[in-house]
Design a protein around this ligand. Structure first.
Ligand SMILES: [Fe+2]
Length: 279
């Protein structure tokens, strides 16, 4: 990205809580990624190597697409995936939002369910960690520095993400509160959220949005969904949890196919978490 774009992205992020970059990833790479990710999804549904059980066709999301079990006999697929996570077009955007060099966190593939579709519920991600509303209010008002970013890269056309611009900076209005939390959350799948923006993404378009802002997804049986989500954090917000528990990075040769600058990007991830993986 050029300096004007970079400034524009940062200003948009600060004010609205999201950034939209159409066509960030070119169509050839998107087609190849779709093939690779769909092959991974098929393997996951047949057998999730993390649990040794079949994945859930109604599960809506699978993690850790870079698990080596998904790539046995297909090193090109793994290389494409790792190349994309460390793609400088994406990292430029993430680094601008974080205000520093990003650290890898994890991958997620969002797919449509086969039998149980529904509109997602409106939420702020902090409510899962802090159910107490007073804590949520405090965190929203503190305007803490951005610690993590999720990049939503559409591999097919989608309109399955909605966001309310500006809500990353402030507490819910009366109507927003009624929908998100009111009446024991009975209204949280409402289609009448004031000010909501539904993102339209063509393949290769990227959306980043602030997880503290009001948002929801849609999960419909009759609308194919294939969105690759790439998660990053700052070094200081690095967290040892399920998402970063990826000991396969210690396997000899795991990064060998990558260019040196991309190996260096993952080396920082390995350096930060290798003691966690060895424990
Ligand atoms: Fe969320």
């Amino acid at each position: 990205m050029g300096i004007t774009q970079t400034f524009g992205c940062r200003a948009q992020w600060d004010e609205h809580g999201f950034v939209s970059v159409p066509g960030l990833v070119d169509s050839d790479q998107v087609s190849a990624l779709r093939q690779v990710c769909d092959a991974i999804l098929r393997k996951h549904l047949a057998n999730n190597p993390e649990t040794n059980e079949p994945g859930d066709p109604d599960g809506r999301a699978m993690r850790h697409l870079n698990h080596p079990a998904y790539h046995e006999g297909d090193p090109d697929g793994l290389r494409l995936l790792l190349d994309t996570i460390a793609d400088e077009r994406i990292l430029d955007l993430v680094n601008v939002i974080l205000g520093e060099r990003a650290l890898f966190r994890c991958t997620t593939y969002w797919y449509n369910p086969v039998s149980a579709g529904k509109d997602g519920h409106w939420h702020r991600d902090i409510q899962f960690v802090y159910p107490d509303e007073a804590d949520q209010r405090r965190i929203i008002s503190e305007a803490t520095p951005q610690e993590s970013v999720q990049i939503m890269l559409a591999l097919i056309e989608t309109e399955d993400n909605e966001f309310v611009p500006g809500t990353h900076l402030r507490w819910d209005s009366e109507e927003e509160y009624r929908i998100r939390l009111g009446d024991d959350q009975a209204n949280n799948r409402s289609d009448r959220m004031p000010g909501a923006v539904r993102f339209h993404q063509e393949p290769g378009d990227v959306i980043a949005f602030h997880p503290y802002g009001l948002h929801r997804g849609r999960y419909h049986v009759d609308k194919a969904r294939r969105t690759l989500m790439l998660s990053y954090s700052t070094e200081s917000a690095a967290t040892e949890d399920y998402f970063t528990d990826q000991p396969w990075f210690l396997m000899p040769g795991y990064l060998n196919a990558l260019e040196p600058d991309k190996q260096a990007f993952y080396r920082r991830f390995v350096d930060r978490y290798s003691s966690f993986w060895r424990r």
